[in-house]
Design a protein around this ligand. Structure first.
Ligand code: FAD
Length: 479
């Protein structure tokens, strides 16, 4: 008898409940399914963006390599999951299908459809919890309702317990019958035609081994995380987000490893703060699960009345890192070059877009989904709705980040700006964060000519701030 193990957002071998439960069967067939364009399974962040596709290509390659090292291999096929699984089951005399659940709206829709169809065909299926510490239907308040605010949610999560058993790496695995064919990963065409992702490889090592290398090196610094996490110029965060998104490492493993290294992790500032961020990932999934409409709709419906301007010139300038506001441009160019952006930078650029430019958060969220290697529908939606003030536990709309002050505070020596906006590198610190306020000879000495070598700001920070506040005043009284 054989079991199909359908890999989805869990591209790892260790702590993989679907795989672990299949170990009892004589044969295991690991399968990855590339769904057709527009199908539910591909909608949420997997095949949606170019950066995600780049990551997926390399992560599948790593998974196949890891499976081969254990005597198995990855079968890759294209098509609707139900049909592909039924076909493969028939070819391989499979008697069961296993997978780890996805929790985004479209992932849930696929889960349901596949389950129902395969069961009707007499094929036992079993799904498992693999991607989060606790699934959203298990963390509710006393009234049985979902949490909308992070702090009580986090307390409830801790009360449920975050020290969870971690499953071992299965070694070795049974071989997959020669007769079972799949497509090559290269033939999937996941890599972008343009060379824009070429630089990603300097930053990232997709796959389970890469995730652990990254995590282990971060663990040396985690006790200082509370001090370094907001600094744009330092490598102060884990950069585990794409690895977690693709399930190359599980949050259970992350917590367990931190706790084994730092037994007092929940009492020490650095480690506690880091674990709490992992809690934000859970919180995002909790929000999107319980409020699936927030994928596209404002959770706070008053914002349906906000007069977004959506000026195409502003949108393009923001996307290209040509807004004339150095910290914004540095962050947007870093995103383009590396597929990742620092959390503080995400907040600054999102606030600038939605408030100073009055661009609908959904336009910014779409750009992020396309360009981030960690593009993750729950975290991204929660992040944008939080910054825009339209979400659950949201920053109040009137709290508008001042990108100049944010830059001065979180990039104190200007190293982040100088790195990504090299045309400003020669400016003295005083002029770097707001070059439009600098004296002409200061600019000239640094070889900067506004409007020529670097743009004039696309909006005036003060008047655009006031405009945003007025727009908000107008929607405040809507119910
Ligand atoms: P660390 O600081 O090392 O944190 C560890 C892990 O905790 C992260 O890998 C991540 O999984 C989780 N985490 C940390 N902060 C958050 C948070 N605020 N919300 C949810 N999870 C968090 N994160 C994504 O993974 N994908 C996205 O598409 C995404 N879009 C965002 C959009 C906006 C506008 C904002 C403000 C935030 C967004 N985030 C997103 C959350 C956060 O910015 C990233 O998770 C974080 O920057 C990843 O870097 P890191 O791995 O070094 O994080």
């Amino acid at each position: 008898a054989s079991t199909l193990v359908w890999f989805r957002q869990d591209l790892r071998l260790a702590d993989n409940p679907a795989l672990d439960a299949a170990l009892a069967s004589e044969h295991i067939i690991p399968i990855y399914i590339v769904p057709p364009e527009g199908s539910d399974e591909g909608r949420d962040g997997f095949l949606r963006g170019g950066a995600s596709r780049w990551w997926l290509h390399h992560s599948l390659t790593a998974l196949d390599r890891d499976l081969r090292a254990r005597g198995s291999r990855l079968i890759v096929r294209r098509g609707e999951p139900t049909e592909v699984l039924a076909q493969l089951a028939a070819e391989s005399d499979a008697t069961a299908v296993h997978w780890n659940r996805r929790l985004e709206p479209a992932g849930i829709a696929t889960d349901r459809a596949v389950k129902q169809s395969l069961r009707e065909q007499g094929l036992p299926v079993q799904s498992f919890a693999g991607n989060y510490l606790h699934e959203p239907w298990n963390v509710l308040n006393k009234q049985g309702a979902p949490y909308k605010v992070f702090t009580p949610y986090w307390k409830a999560l801790l009360a449920e317990g975050i020290d969870l058993p971690v499953l071992p790496d299965p070694e070795p695995l049974p071989a997959v019958d020669e007769a079972i064919a799949g497509e090559s990963i290269d033939s999937l065409g996941l890599l972008p035609g343009l060379d824009w992702a070429d630089g990603f490889a300097d930053w990232w090592a997709p796959g389970e081994a890469g995730a652990w290398d990254r995590f282990e090196s971060f663990l040396d610094d985690v006790s200082r995380y509370h001090e370094t996490r907001n600094r744009l110029d330092l490598d102060g965060t884990s950069r585990l987000s794409p690895h977690l998104h693709f399930g190359e490492i599980s949050p259970r493993q992350v917590v367990a490893r931190v706790r084994s290294e730092y037994p007092d992790a929940l009492d020490d500032k650095g480690t506690e703060h880091f674990l709490r961020e992992v809690g934000w990932r859970e919180f995002g999934a909790n929000l999107l699960y319980h409020f699936p409409q927030t994928e596209t709709d404002n959770l706070d419906a008053r914002f349906d009345h906000l007069p977004w301007r959506n000026d195409p010139d502003h949108i393009v300038a923001w996307q290209r890192g040509q807004t004339g506001i150095p910290v914004i441009d540095a962050a947007m160019r870093a995103l383009w070059a590396t597929g990742w952006m620092h959390n503080r930078a995400r907040m600054i650029v999102a606030s600038f877009l939605t408030k100073n430019c009055l661009v609908d958060w959904r336009i910014g969220a779409d750009w992020f989904m396309d360009t981030l290697v960690d593009a993750d529908l729950p975290s991204n939606t929660a992040g944008w709705q939080w910054v825009a003030g339209t979400g659950a536990d949201a920053a109040p709309y009137f709290r508008i980040f001042n990108p100049v002050l944010q830059g001065e505070k979180f990039d104190p020596d200007g190293a982040f700006i100088r790195r990504w906006v090299p045309e400003l590198a020669e400016l003295p610190d005083k002029a770097l964060f707001a070059p439009w306020e600098a004296k002409p000879d200061t600019l000239a000495r640094a070889g900067v000519s506004l409007g020529e070598t670097y743009p004039e700001p696309i909006v005036d920070l003060k008047t655009s701030r006031e405009r945003a506040l007025e727009a908000f005043q107008r929607i405040k009284d809507y119910e």
